[in-house]
Design a binder for this molecule. Structure first.
Ligand code: MN3
Length: 197
C-alpha cells in the first residue's frame, strides 16, 4: 500500500488566528508529508506492504527492530486524526451524546478539559494528548513521540499534537496557551462525537 497525504477539510488560512496558515503549511505540507514519504520507503520489502496503517502501528509497536516504521506509521495515523479533530470556528458547546459521556466519565466538561490540557502540558518533550475509549470508558492519556493509545488497545477519538512544530510559530514556548486554544477554539466536537461508536 502506498500512503498519501490526506487533504484538509478546511483551508489553511481558516483556523487563524488560533493556528496560522504558516503553521499548517509547514505542519501538514512538510512534517506530515515527510512521515508519509519515510513510511512508504521503509515498508518496501518489510513484509508489511499489504497491511493497513492501523495494523502496521500495532504490529511494529513492540518490535525495537521496526522502530523507524513504527515512528513514521504512528505519526501518519496520529496526524490523520489530528486534522479531522479541528475545524474553523471550532470549540464551543459539546453535542449532547458526547457531553453526557464526558459528564459521566469525568464528572463534568470542565474537569475533562482541565485533565486534557494537563496531559498535554506535562508530556515531557514531544508527544500527544488524547481522549480515548478504554474498555468502554472515556479516558485522558498522553504518549511520547509517535506513540498513541492504539498500542494499548484503546481507541483514540481526540488527539492534540504537542510537538513544538505544532505550536512554536503561533505560540512560541507557550504550550499551555496552545492547548487551551485548541480545546476552546479549534476542536470539531461533532467529529469527536462521531468516533464514539
Ligand atoms: Mn505534528
Amino acid at each position: 500500500m502506498t500512503f498519501q497525504l490526506p487533504t484538509l477539510d478546511y483551508s489553511k488560512s481558516s483556523l487563524s488566528p488560533h493556528m496560522s496558515e504558516e503553521t499548517l503549511d509547514l505542519h501538514h505540507g512538510k512534517h506530515h508529508q515527510t512521515y508519509i514519504t519515510n513510511l512508504n520507503n521503509l515498508i518496501k520489502n518489510s513484509g508489511l506492504e499489504n497491511s493497513s496503517l492501523e495494523e502496521i502501528v500495532k504490529k511494529t509497536s513492540a518490535d525495537p527492530s521496526k522502530i523507524g516504521i513504527f515512528n513514521n506509521a504512528g505519526q501518519h495515523w496520529n496526524h490523520i486524526l489530528f486534522w479531522k479533530c479541528m475545524k474553523p470556528k471550532g470549540g464551543g458547546a459539546l453535542p449532547g451524546k458526547l457531553e453526557k459521556r464526558i459528564n459521566s466519565d469525568f464528572g463534568g466538561v470542565d474537569k475533562f478539559k482541565e485533565q486534557f490540557i494537563q496531559a498535554g502540558v506535562t508530556q515531557f518533550g514531544s508527544g500527544w494528548a488524547w481522549l480515548a475509549i478504554d474498555k468502554g470508558k472515556l479516558v485522558v492519556t498522553k504518549t511520547a513521540n509517535a506513540s498513541n493509545p492504539l498500542v494499548n488497545n484503546m481507541k483514540p477519538i481526540l488527539g492534540c499534537d504537542v510537538w513544538e512544530h505544532s505550536y512554536y510559530v503561533d505560540y512560541r514556548n507557550r504550550r499551555p496557551d496552545y492547548l487551551k486554544s485548541f480545546i476552546e477554539n479549534l476542536v470539531n466536537w461533532e467529529f469527536v462525537e462521531s468516533q464514539l461508536d
